[in-house]
Design a protein. Structure first.
Length: 406
């Protein structure tokens, strides 16, 4: 490797770790919002359904902004997109304590916070890293970035719970907004200044033909269907796990530590999934992950509801939680290349968040109408099993073994 190539390679990994740090902040803040449902309800009296609806809108908007942010980043670079996302996320978080109606929460949490965190999330960050790395390293890089988001959940969940106890839920949200703004200097690392000649691209007009071809591709459709289920599963749990813990008569700290354990376990899961994409076909990795979720939920439903059950459940969930992202992004790159990876993976994340909207909102309706989440657990288990099956027919070439050394 020449000195110039070595420098570029090192620069790509620096960008990867900076991207992981940004995702740590945006995902950590976002995945901790379920801890605020109960204090929000107590303070505002809006009801769990209204609050769940605002968070459900946030789940959808987080996904809806991904292809838009990805397309802008593909054309103009990720820097401005990431900076704007962090600022908008901070504004939405800081405004939430001033909202005393369902519509107000939809604006602050459902629109501003979600759009901001989505603009600073997977599609833009993985796209920024993947464009500077060889194909064999992209899955590993996606795993590292994904692990950053998981580490954010591990750190932010217990910290947010402590902040709620020490400062109240309003002060806790303002503190999270301040932390979000503190991540702005990382944007310059992720988006180093490019030479002027690198900005124009000769096949810029191919974006929309590429998108149209992708949405007609059977494998891409199947991938999106599986990812829809992933979104349903994660949004239901991150929004309603604190309430499930409360229904079981356990203290709020069990919920915050469960969310933290999920994040910690997903660091290992993300790194393992990212490195496995170079050894196994990504569609098989996804099938195993989704199938394991169905088995795990069945175990949870049959187990006694103690704090150790929740912690064991959290470990199992965490191993696959967002570890689906590296193999999913890898398949998108294999099918369509990396030129428009941020846009096409952003569309896949949109399908993820349509599932997320339903998981968050239907969970609130189930609790209001039946007093528990039993039917939601059954639906979650069935969808996980279906997701495992729909990934198997995806068109993906077998992994080629490395040539033996002479």
């Amino acid at each position: 490797m020449t000195p110039a190539n070595l420098s570029a390679h090192r620069g790509a990994w620096i960008i990867t770790f900076a991207a992981a740090a940004i995702l740590m902040v945006t995902m950590g803040a976002r995945q901790s919002l379920g801890l605020f449902v109960s204090p929000l309800n107590t303070s505002t009296g809006l009801g769990v359904v209204a609050i769940s609806f605002a968070l459900a809108v946030g789940q959808f908007m987080w996904g809806a902004i991904q292809p838009v942010a990805g397309a802008v980043a593909d054309r103009y670079g990720p820097g401005r997109v990431l900076a704007a996302g962090l600022v908008v996320l901070a504004i939405g978080t800081a405004l939430t304590p001033f909202m005393h109606s369902g519509l107000g929460l939809v604006v602050s949490l459902g629109l501003l916070s979600a759009i901001g965190s989505g603009a600073g999330s997977f599609s833009v960050l993985i796209g920024a890293s993947s464009r500077r790395l060889p194909a064999a390293s992209r899955g590993k890089a996606a795993g590292i970035i994904n692990a950053g988001g998981s580490f954010g959940q591990f750190v932010f969940a217990p910290v947010a719970q402590r902040l709620i106890q020490a400062l109240g839920w309003m002060g806790a949200l303002w503190a999270l907004a301040a932390v979000t703004l503190a991540a702005l200097p990382l944007v310059r690392v992720v988006s180093p200044k490019e030479p002027a000649k690198a900005k124009p691209h000769p096949d810029e007009a191919r974006l929309w033909p590429t998108v149209r071809g992708a949405v007609k591709d059977r494998s891409y459709i199947l991938l999106n269907l599986g990812f829809f289920t992933c979104g349903f599963h994660i949004a239901f749990l991150v929004t309603h796990l604190p309430q499930e813990v409360n229904l079981c008569g356990l203290p709020p700290t069990v919920a915050s530590w469960s969310l933290a354990i999920i994040g910690l376990a997903n660091i290992a899961g993300s790194l393992l999934a990212g490195s496995s994409t170079s050894r196994f076909r990504s569609k098989n990795i996804l099938a195993v992950m989704y199938g394991s979720r169905a088995v795990l939920i069945g175990w949870y439903l049959a187990a006694p509801k103690t704090q150790w059950t929740f912690y064991a459940f959290a470990i199992g969930l965490g191993l696959t939680w967002l570890a689906t992202v590296p193999p999913t992004a890898t398949i998108v790159g294999k099918l369509f290349g990396i030129r428009y990876l941020a846009t096409l993976f952003g569309l896949t994340l949109l399908s993820h968040q349509i599932g997320g909207f339903l998981g968050a909102y239907l969970g609130g309706i189930a609790l209001a109408r039946t007093g528990n989440y039993q039917w939601m657990w059954y639906a979650d288990m069935a969808l996980a099993a279906a997701a495992a099956l729909v990934n198997l027919p995806i068109r993906e070439a077998p992994i080629q073994a490395a040539p033996a050394a002479a």
